[in-house]
Write a protein that binds this ligand. Structure first.
Ligand code: HEC
Length: 317
């Protein structure tokens, strides 16, 4: 990559073609990524380990400590690989294992901004992935889900706050029940569910920012990535038009995916700026999988310019 800064509009216009034009890893040229410090994280295969199970002491010895205030990462960071290896083939938590699937994937994450946009770059090698044939049209997908401190459960447990025992393909799953946040329900139990709050209450929670935002890029080698974004409150709700763009390329067994979004992207999107702690989680679907058959990260944090996030997002060099 060169350090030349293309005007952003040009960079955006080249979205999807940048890889082909520059023979590079599909990046927008708005950021010289070689000058941005990245961090390696490990995403684990979570099987059917739902929010409800992790909150039940009889199923998970971390439950009471979690309830007392210790976050997931406080016990699990550094052991994602062995946790994933354990769950990917354990019939008690994964009733339909995918033969030959690895229990974890490592990714390198870099973030930057240019006062207008935030850039999130995810690089990962999926390794040998058996073809699960669940989603024949999509090889891999990368998703980022985040919150700006408005959703307590997300700040504590990252993506697990949206992962429930009654989601589709989960033990008590009903078709069409997508991810949701606990605050969208009354009377949730060990079996998840509860009753979805009335529309006016949900609208109030949404207006106060009590939702998680997600971006997702669908990837096939050699073709431009497609991208969607949306929110999660009582369900996963895709936006009609995404505010985020994505560039991606597959080279030497490695995916490089770069998301770009305006820091202030308007209604239904979280404003991103200094002075706040953002919690995010990453998900990777590899080997033509869908739904829960993905790898996920523990909760990670970022702050803009300064602060104490895992990632301090600086102005792009
Ligand atoms: C106080 C420490 C602690 C906290 C906090 C904690 N866990 Fe655990 N977790 C454990 C231990 C110990 C195990 C080992 C198996 C068991 O005892 O259930 C475990 C097991 C697991 C497993 C099964 C895989 C494995 O490695 O055994 C998953 C998945 C998991 N925890 C997820 C979570 C999530 C998600 C959170 C936060 C919502 C969380 N844990 C919070 C201690 C903790």
């Amino acid at each position: 990559m060169t350090s030349a800064k293309f005007p952003l509009l040009v960079a955006l216009a080249l979205t999807g073609f940048a890889g082909a034009l520059f023979g590079s890893a599909g990046e927008s040229q708005a950021v010289d990524w070689s000058k941005v410090q990245g961090k390696d994280i490990t995403l684990l295969y979570p099987a059917q380990m739902s929010w409800e199970l992790v909150l039940t002491q009889a199923e998970h010895s971390g439950a009471s400590k979690f309830r007392e205030g210790k976050n997931c990462r406080g016990c699990h960071e550094g052991n994602e690989d062995s946790s994933g290896d354990l769950m990917v083939g354990d019939k008690s938590i994964e009733p339909t294992p995918i033969a030959g699937k690895s229990g974890f994937v490592k990714a390198n994450i870099k973030l930057a901004h240019d006062d207008q946009n935030i850039f999130v770059r995810v690089e990962f090698a999926p390794g040998k992935q058996p073809d699960a044939k669940m989603d024949p049209k999509v090889d891999s997908r990368v998703a980022v889900m985040f919150d700006d401190g408005k959703v307590t459960e997300f700040a504590r447990g990252g993506c697990w706050s949206a992962c429930h025992i009654d989601n589709e393909k989960m033990p008590k799953g009903a078709e069409g029940v997508s991810m949701y946040l606990p605050k969208s329900r009354n009377g949730m139990t060990r079996e998840g569910g509860g009753v979805v709050k009335p529309a006016d209450e949900l609208a109030k929670i949404h207006a106060e920012g009590g939702y998680a935002e997600y971006w997702e890029a669908s990837l096939n080698p050699g073709v431009p990535a497609t991208v969607i974004d949306g929110t999660v409150l009582e369900k996963r709700q895709e936006n009609a038009t995404p505010a985020v763009t994505a560039n991606a390329a597959f080279e030497n067994g490695k995916w490089t995916v770069e998301f770009t979004r305006k820091l202030a992207a308007g209604e239904g999107r979280k404003d991103i700026g200094p002075g706040k702690l953002y919690t995010f989680g990453l998900a990777i679907h590899a080997g033509h999988t869908n739904k829960r058959f993905h790898y996920v990260s523990l909760e990670k944090t970022f702050t803009i310019d300064a602060g104490n996030g895992d990632f301090i997002v600086k102005k792009a060099p």
